[in-house]
Write a new protein. Structure first.
Lengths: 484, 417
């Protein structure tokens, strides 16, 4: 901890917004510190959402949501290349089930045109040609070809990795509890006693963004968290549903969707209920409702392929738009809050925009050494058999498969640990490269991943955590087993 | 491409037994592929006794049981690869595998698939609540305990009365953990009777029947669970909730065949067992691909896995050596409503039929039964049996069935007064 160092920017919150701002800031000659209260980045809404890069047909024209969504979607193909992410533009279909829905689709089409998004109304017959497994009850659909899917953890982690490759600093397990103005600097205090000074502070604290602003001034908005619960289905068939399927949106949200993930699993959800900020529990009745709705959309959706349920908390706010502003009262404070859907789709565009606000504020020069690309991840599916065989010759650990459900080798796990913003927990490895995400849910590979983590991090087995600090999986060795 | 007569995938009890019997039947060009660093499979972490009572007439631990087969395998110089993962098999019997020497393909005359089963996880049984650390399948906790010498917690609750859960109740108690209780959603236990007695009763661990976990508490670390009684339809009864504090929840809620690779190769799936559809030779719907052991259907006793796998090995060898006659006819085997599955579901009728072994389970406990195998014309086999339990697989050997002019068979379990 360098208490004398004065950062140009401290970013509070390591979700997809905070990490995107960090990444784009590194284009400039700037000292950046990101403070995250959890034991990894992307632990809240950024790690528990639908993973959809919306096309941008839905937000009200003229809003920040419309602007950043459309822009984010346009930027994503390039950014995905730079950050070595699998971005699949599978397109979305918004279904109509009634005459009222038909009207809504027409309104949405108009909105799409105002937002500059390509869409096309499809007849029932046209929909069945491309998605034969949907309900026979549908009237038609609005196709948005530019909508896509991306791994939300992958995006968050890789943004941070790239930011760190370019010199940004990350401190995990640093929860901000107080912010003070000290002459021309902001002093940011953390719960563990550490404090840091910076010229500017970015509040990207997600579901707690209003609370962070309240440390300094009267918040300009308040978060009204809403929980979304999901089912995850195994990758049973890549052709079962090919597009992201939405229902017609209502005032409360976009409703239940069915979509593949980049790994070929299917996500079904989310629900939409008010909740406490940190309530990520699932509920039997809510899940039952999601199932009923999903079966109306797709009667043969095989729920017996379910491998997991989860929930995430949307940082909705009482403002009907994203809050992206510089504080009027507190010089150097930038608020980036209420980034609910389409937050993931908008994140990179917001990162780009906010970083430029800060550049102008601090008159930052360009960083001539900025490299937008992360080091490529290697996997068999990406490079093919022949190249992979050459790799195994050089590094045999790539030939040792640890996760048989998702086909992840020891070499890939070791690589995920030793990168910037690398994995140091079971969940961290899982989020980055998928062992434990498959049908066996880590039953076979968790013990192996744990040993690899301990070996690579030079820690005893009992110090390896599942996720947060204190979630150690194993107790200390029993007597007689010390010298393993 | 390199060639092999027979490739056996999986070096656990099923793979070992089938390799040995195929060798003894006359096929010598065999490769057995094992993903772990040692042969023996899950037996290696089953350090409790109780194995081998049927097969060896003595009580062995899991590693001892495996050791006997490994010795037999080595005595025959059967080739095997460790630390090697098969990544795919194709319908024309090309096996692709990967290890530290690279990715290789092998063309073979026959394949025996013996990769065992998976444990059902929390996601599959839809337990609501938070998703903290501290919830493990019983088998994973067993691996941590018996292979790595580590406990995963000190105050344990167990959901499901499957055998691994019962074994772990005893094991963790002996290692100094407190096992608070076991809940079973069904009105009867799903484990072997002897395990209820030796692992729960002997340690005063309560078994709650018709009871399940309905909520998980603790955001990062497991803090408590909510138990509820369930009604006849297995739905939780409001008002019966009880909160139990614990740091670990073990799940012993069933096993299912790890059959994805055979399914992807094109072998038809038996929707009742989740394994492959097989005939009495243990041959799948693709000629020359055989399936045996827990990847075919989940067994309770390793002795039965060995017996089945010896048949698979023998039949694969006979197929390779062209010792098998042409089948005259193919029959399907169906079962009565109170049976959850029967194997085989397909019977190939030959000029001279070997005895056919049927394996099945009942859906609920039945005290007195008459089991019969019949076709539309007549009853071919009839036998009385007592105390059938869903947890205990039943095997019957049918000799001299006259099948030449038979139509499809039905296995019927009649409840006697």
């Amino acid at each position: 901890m360098n208490q004398n160092k004065i950062y140009d920017v401290i970013i509070i919150g390591g979700g997809v917004i905070g990490t995107a701002i960090a990444r784009y800031l590194m284009r400039f000659d700037v000292k950046v510190l990101l403070l995250e209260r959890h034991n990894d980045v992307g632990e809240e809404a950024s790690g528990a959402n639908s993973g959809i890069v919306h096309s941008g047909y839905d937000p009200k024209p003229g809003t920040k949501k419309a602007k950043f969504n459309v822009l984010g979607n346009k930027m994503m193909p390039e950014v995905a290349k730079e950050l070595d992410l699998n971005f699949k533009q599978i397109g979305s279909l918004t279904l109509s089930f009634s005459e009222e829905d038909d009207k809504t689709l027409l309104d949405l089409k108009k909105r799409a045109e105002e937002n500059g998004v390509d869409v096309k109304l499809l007849s029932k017959g046209e929909v069945f040609k491309i998605e034969p497994n949907l309900s026979k009850e549908i009237h038609g659909a609005l196709l948005a070809p530019s909508a896509g899917i991306v791994s939300p953890f992958g995006l968050t982690v890789n943004l941070m990795e790239n930011a760190m490759d370019n010199g940004a600093e990350l401190l995990l397990n640093h929860e901000v509890i107080e912010i003070e103005k000290i002459s021309e600097f902001c002093r940011v205090f953390c719960g563990n006693g550490a404090f840091f000074d910076a010229k500017t502070v970015v509040d990207a604290a997600g579901a707690l963004a209003d609370k962070v602003q309240e440390m300094i001034e009267k918040p300009s908005f308040s978060i009204t968290p809403r929980k979304g619960e999901y089912f995850v289905l195994d990758h049973f068939n890549n052709d079962f549903i090919k597009h992201t399927i939405f229902m017609c949106p209502t005032k409360v949200g976009k409703g239940v969707l069915i979509s593949q993930t980049t790994s070929g699993n299917y996500l079904v959800g989310p629900s939409n209920d008010s909740c406490d900020v940190d309530d990520v529990s699932t509920d039997a009745l809510t899940l039952e409702d999601i199932k009923k709705t999903a079966l109306k959309i797709c009667p043969n959706l095989p729920f017996n392929e379910t491998i997991r349920e989860f929930s995430g908390v949307r940082p909705n706010s009482n403002v009907d738009d994203f809050v992206i502003e510089e504080s009027k009262n507190f010089n150097g404070l930038f608020i980036v809050g209420g980034i609910s859907s389409p937050g993931l789709a908008s994140a990179i565009a917001i990162g780009d925009y906010v970083s430029k606000l800060i550049r102008d504020k601090l008159s930052l020069k360009d960083n001539l050494n900025y490299n937008p690309n992360i080091r490529k991840h290697i996997s068999l599916s990406k490079i093919g058999k022949e190249k992979y065989n050459e790799l195994i010759k050089k590094n045999p650990s790539y030939g040792k498969l640890i996760c048989r459900c998702e086909k992840v080798s020891e070499g890939e796990i070791v690589d995920s640990i030793h990168r910037n913003c690398g994995a140091h927990t079971i969940k961290g490895v899982k989020k980055r490269i998928r062992p434990g995400f498959g049908k066996c849910q880590g039953t076979f590979c968790e013990a192996e991943v744990l040993k690899i983590l301990a070996r690579e991090l030079k820690l005893p087995l009992e110090e390896i955590c599942y996720s947060e600090l204190g979630t150690n999986i194993l107790l200390k060795a029993q007597k007689g087993a010390e010298n393993e | 491409m390199n060639k092999k007569d027979l490739v056996i995938i999986g070096g656990g009890s099923a793979g070992l037994a089938s390799a040995i019997s195929a060798y003894d039947e006359g096929v010598k060009d065999i490769l057995l592929i094992e993903r772990n660093a040692e042969l023996g499979g899950i037996l290696n972490q089953c350090i409790h006794p109780g194995f081998g009572l049927h097969h060896f007439n003595e009580e062995l631990t899991g590693p001892e049981y495996a050791h006997r087969y490994i010795e037999e395998l080595k005595r025959r110089n059967i080739e095997y690869l460790l630390n090697t993962q098969v990544t795919s098999i194709s319908k024309d019997k090309i096996v692709t595998f990967m290890n530290e020497n690279g990715i290789q393909k092998l063309e073979c005359k026959a394949i025996i698939f013996a990769t065992g089963c998976n444990e059902r996880t929390r996601g599959q049984i839809l337990t609501p609540g938070y998703r903290p650390k501290g919830i493990y399948t019983a088998g994973l906790a067993q691996k941590y305990m018996n292979i790595d010498g580590r406990l995963v917690g000190k105050n344990i609750y167990i959901l499901g009365s499957g055998d691994i859960g019962l074994i772990m109740a005893r094991r963790m108690t002996l290692e100094g953990a407190k096992v608070i209780g076991v809940s079973e959603i069904m009105p009867y236990s799903n484990g072997l009777k002897r395990n209820i007695a030796q692992c729960l009763d002997d340690f005063n661990i309560p078994l709650r029947l018709s009871n399940t976990v309905t909520k998980i508490f603790g955001k990062d670390k497991l803090e408590a669970i909510e138990l509820s009684d369930v009604d006849k339809n297995l739905k939780p009864i409001p008002g019966s909730e009880k909160i139990v504090k614990c740091d670990t929840l073990l799940l012993s809620v069933g096993l299912y065949p790890f059959n994805a690779m055979l399914k992807n190769a094109g072998c038809k799936v038996n929707l009742e067992t989740k394994g492959s559809l097989v005939d009495q030779n243990l041959e799948t719907t693709i000629e020359g691909i055989f399936s045996t052991g827990n990847v075919l259907h989940v067994h309770d006793l390793v002795d039965f896995v060995s017996e089945e796998s010896e048949r698979a090995g023998k039949n694969a060898a006979r197929y390779i050596l062209n010792k098998r006659g042409k089948s005259l006819n193919t029959l399907n085997v169906k079962h009565s409503e109170n049976v959850s599955y029967v194997l085989p579901t397909i019977i190939k009728v030959y000029e001279n039929n070997e005895p056919i072994i049927f394996s099945f389970r009942v859906k609920k406990p039945i005290k007195k039964t008459t089991i019969c195998i019949k076709n539309s014309a007549k009853i071919l086999l009839n036998m009385k049996k007592m105390n059938l339990l869903p947890a205990e697989m039943i095997k019957i050997t049918a000799k001299d069935l006259d099948l030449k002019n038979s139509d499809d068979l039905v296995l019927e379990v009649k409840e006697d007064e």
